[in-house]
Ligand binder design. Structure first.
Ligand code: GDP
Length: 301
């Protein structure tokens, strides 16, 4: 997803590398170009300003280190600033992936707009927890608005090799959630993944429903699924959900597409919530942990 940004930043660095010693004017020019590259990648303006200000401040104040070239030093500074924007860096605790550090059954609430990839991601997480973490997983769809949704999750559960909660017609999302928790306790499941209903856009009814399910089930993780291809809209969606419902982490999907990457770089600063997982394809195996340092490394090549 970061190809264009990566190409642009590396162009800037190549020019820096060709200079023996960097002047303040070189640093000023480089930070202008970094600013342009970030804006073109659709990073939110306040985040761009913050990153560029940090790069300049650190580059100007940096002591000359004999063992590395001035260009390498600037690259390192940009790298550190990207890591920090992505939610990592020194002194910041970033737990990649999902936390299961709670008494079983651990509830994971899946939240997001329709089409964001929420149901697919529920299946991906279920598969990973079963195969990698050897957990007994129950999947439950609370989507009573779209009749096909519960069937879709049932199919995904079968593909992931986990159980889905039997469908009972006429139940409300809260009733389904209560039944899922009861079954999970009674049948000693380790994890229950509750897939809530999505809407095409954020509305009060959606927020109320998700908030009510969250209050009733007290999930250990409330994961918001957003589509990276929607750029700044994904960031605003995350901000709204975090303010209204509270999310413990964000899953960004479709990073296998040609998203410009700005959403990933803006997410932490704008929403306050960490990105925990990336969806990188339609297959159930296409789920990655989000590591700020590795992503920064991918951007800078
Ligand atoms: P929901 O409405 O939020 O539950 O969305 P779905 O899980 O039904 O996903 C909508 C479409 O996006 C489906 O066709 C999925 O296969 C596809 N999808 C989900 N995640 C990804 C991803 O990470 N990459 C790609 N390329 N497609 C995805």
């Amino acid at each position: 997803m970061f190809e264009a940004l990566s190409g642009k930043l590396n162009g800037v660095f190549d020019r820096l590398r060709r200079r023996g010693a960097l002047t303040e004017a070189d640093v000023a020019e480089a930070s202008r170009e970094v600013r342009l590259a970030l804006l073109e990648a659709d990073v939110a303006l306040p985040v761009v300003k913050d990153i560029v200000a940090k790069v300049r401040e650190r580059a100007v104040g940096a002591e000359v280190i004999k063992s590395v070239s001035p260009a390498q030093q600037v690259i390192k500074i940009v790298n550190d600033c990207l890591v920090e924007a992505l939610g990592g860096g020194e002194g910041v605790e970033h737990v990649p992936g999902i936390s299961l550090a709670a008494a079983a059954p651990v509830a994971i609430l899946m939240i997001g707009l329709q089409g964001s990839g929420k149901t697919t991601t529920s299946g991906k997480i279920a598969l990973r927890l079963r195969t990698r973490d050897k957990k007994k997983v129950l999947l439950a769809s609370l989507d009573v608005h779209r009749p096909a949704a519960q069937l879709q999750l049932e199919t995904l559960a079968r593909q992931a090799g986990v159980t889905s909660l039997p469908i009972v017609a006429g139940q409300s999302p809260l009733q389904i959630a209560a039944r899922a928790m009861e079954v999970a306790r009674g049948e000693l499941y380790d994890v229950v993944i509750l897939d809530t209903a999505g809407r095409l856009s954020i509305d009060e009814a959606l927020m109320d429903e998700v908030a009510a399910v969250k209050a009733a089930t007290r999930p250990h993780e409330s994961l918001l699924v957003v589509d990276a291809m929607t750029g700044q809209d994904a960031v605003q969606t995350a901000r709204a959900f975090n303010e209204r419902v509270g999310v413990t982490g964000i899953v960004m999907t479709r990073v296998d597409g040609d998203a410009r990457g700005g959403a990933a770089l803006s997410m932490r600063a704008v929403t306050g919530a960490p990105i925990k997982l990336l969806g990188a394809g339609e297959k159930l195996e296409a789920l990655e942990d989000f590591h700020p340092d590795r992503i920064a490394g991918r951007i800078l090549g």
